[in-house]
Design a protein around this ligand. Sequence first.
Ligand SMILES: C[S@@+](CC[C@H](N)C(=O)[O-])C[C@H]1O[C@@H](n2cnc3c(N)ncnc32)[C@H](O)[C@@H]1O
Length: 183
Amino acid sequence: MREFLLYSRTGYTNGDFKSLKDAGRLDIVYQCILTSIFKSAAHRHDVVFHSVLNGPPNPPVHITISGADLRDAHIDERSWEDILRSVLNGRQHPGISVDRTPMQKIVQKKHADGYKIFVLSDEGERMEAQQDGNLLFVLGDHIGLPKKDEGFVLRYGSKVSLGKEKYLAATSIDIVNYLLDGA
Ligand SMILES: C[S@@+](CC[C@H](N)C(=O)[O-])C[C@H]1O[C@@H](n2cnc3c(N)ncnc32)[C@H](O)[C@@H]1O
């Protein structure tokens, strides 16, 4: 299994918003869902996307999207605005779950389950394209991963880089999928 975890410092934790961008940059969460889960005309059945939202009114909220189980979801931003508003307001959507697990607990659980854990950062060792087993990649949002949270994750894993350029979080996920697809 390949999993991505986006730490969103500001993403709203309820569905009371007018647009994803105005909801503490939930548009970045949408973009990362798109590059994690969607291929052309298919979902990635071996990918799970997580985002931990730390914005108002009641953080944290952990959203999980399973590529294997996701149904009734198109790729456009307007559709995802509706889906994210709905699940953040407590409604159900196939393949999506919402709970209150903080990032630290997710990382500890994945580590206990035998996942290899990586922090994606332009400052890490170059990522190897050949990776066996279950993998979890942790990313920051437009501001980046807070240093103390990065330090926590690095107790369980290592920092890997896609090169010296700073990419969008969604682009970084696309590059990881591309590299691992070719391995
Ligand atoms: C828009 S960047 C964050 C920019 C932020 N100002 C910073 O310095 O972290 C969003 C996330 O994409 C990932 N990322 C961006 N460029 C990367 C690279 N060259 N290698 C690995 N990960 C990268 C990192 O996880 C980063 O936190």
